[in-house]
Write a protein that binds this ligand. Structure first.
Ligand SMILES: [Zn+2]
Ligand SMILES: [Zn+2]
Length: 136
């Protein structure tokens, strides 16, 4: 199979699983959805890096474990639940004031920023004995 076909499968799998997967969990999904596909984890890593280098996808920073990837390249931020480690999207409208204030304060020009909130999601807040569904 050619490279662009592989990349297409990786991209589409990422797009259809908008839960900010890591390369490893994305690889698991690809294998499950395409049992006949001969693809290695190294290929997934390589393509994710390449696609984030050219801006097709986004690499989410601010996570202590493995890198997570995001097909949504529009400006938005993330909330990471410290308990279940799920990554949620946060509307971009929430932050520009801080950027403007910072520019005023320092005179720096901001060309971009990533904001990551940490906390406990609703599901984990409501969680008693219920088990967490694993949708990393
Ligand atoms: Zn949670
Ligand atoms: Zn996102």
């Amino acid at each position: 199979m050619n490279y662009s076909k592989q990349r297409e499968i990786i991209y589409n799998t990422l797009k259809n699983n908008a839960v900010h997967p890591t390369a490893d969990s994305l690889f698991e999904i690809i294998k499950k959805e395409n049992p006949d596909l001969n693809i290695g984890i190294a290929t997934v890593y390589r393509n994710l890096k390449l696609m984030s280098d050219i801006g097709m996808i986004k690499k989410i920073s601010g996570l202590e474990d493995a890198e997570h990837f995001d097909h949504n390249t529009f400006t938005h931020y993330h909330f990471i639940c410290d308990k279940c480690k799920k990554v949620f999207d946060v509307d971009a409208d929430i932050a520009p004031v801080s950027a403007v204030n910072f520019e005023k304060q320092t005179g720096f020009s901001i060309t971009g920023y990533d904001i990551t909130f940490h906390g406990i999601c609703n599901e984990c807040n409501n969680l008693n004995t219920k088990t967490i569904d694993k949708t990393e």
